[in-house]
Write a protein that binds this ligand. Structure first.
Ligand code: GTB
Length: 220
């Protein structure tokens, strides 16, 4: 069955991997599933046809036959459940536990690490002109540093969060990538190296290149 995802017709970052279709593309590339991309404008995202797929009028969405999904956590989890390569095989009790832990890291990325990172983006970009911004930004930065310190201590000198690369790492690296421009990751060399390891995966590179190609300015 054909898999179709949606992505920005024009991504605000010029297709440099920050829009969330990157993590879905990456997951599909890891499990070697071909997919099609329907590009949507900001206007089309708020129109009934797209709202029928995504009640919040956002990208990405995922369609496969009768199934339509939104939320990158649910989409990547679905891909990982359906295809081998992103979660440990849960057939035996040890594998089942490893699989549960990898899923735990997906949730940790989305519900514990991503929120302060998103807050920082909001504080810096959307609220930078508010009179209280100079007080708020350092507070949010401290919350991000707190999470990075905790994650850095857990990772130690391991390559991945829990044994082999999993959907948990895919999600965590995707979340941390959003911090690159802030410079906050630089204080945690093991996390910076972790993110670089994620980006060096051939599947990530294919996903990144495909997104960039969409956003390339026309020649001439
Ligand atoms: N929780 C949802 C998920 O994980 O799927 C969040 C989806 C989401 O935030 N989608 C954004 C969107 O559609 C695009 S990714 N926004 C349009 C809208 O809400 O109207 C967020 C994003 C966009 C662009 C950049 N960038 O260019 O730097 C970074 C992140």
């Amino acid at each position: 069955m054909t898999i179709t995802i949606t992505a920005f017709e024009r991504s605000p970052d010029g297709g440099k991997g920050l829009a969330r279709d990157t993590r879905v593309r990456w997951a599909l590339e890891e499990v070697r599933q071909p997919y099609e991309v329907r590009l949507v404008s900001f206007k089309a995202m708020k129109e009934p046809a797209h709202l029928a797929l995504h009640p919040f009028g956002q990208i990405p969405t995922y369609e496969e036959g009768d199934l339509a999904l939104f939320e990158t956590g649910a989409i990547v989890f679905h891909i990982a459940q359906r295809h081998a390569g992103l979660l440990p095989d849960g057939a035996n009790p040890q594998g089942a536990n490893a699989r549960a832990r990898a899923i735990t890291w997906m949730f940790a990325a989305l519900s514990t690490v991503e929120p302060p990172i998103l807050d920082l983006g909001t504080a810096r970009l959307l609220e930078g002109d508010k009179p209280w911004s100079a007080q708020r930004v350092p507070l949010v930065e401290d919350r991000v540093r707190n999470r990075l310190g905790q994650l850095s201590r857990h990772l130690g000198d391991a390559d991945w969060l829990d044994g082999a690369f999993s959907a948990g790492d895919l999600m965590m690296v995707s979340v941390l990538l959003r911090l690159r421009a802030s410079g906050l990751l630089d204080a945690y060399p093991n996390l910076a190296a972790y993110v670089a390891r994620g980006e060096a995966r051939p599947a990530y590179k294919r996903a990144f290149d495909a997104q960039l190609a969409v956003n390339k300015p026309p020649a001439g």
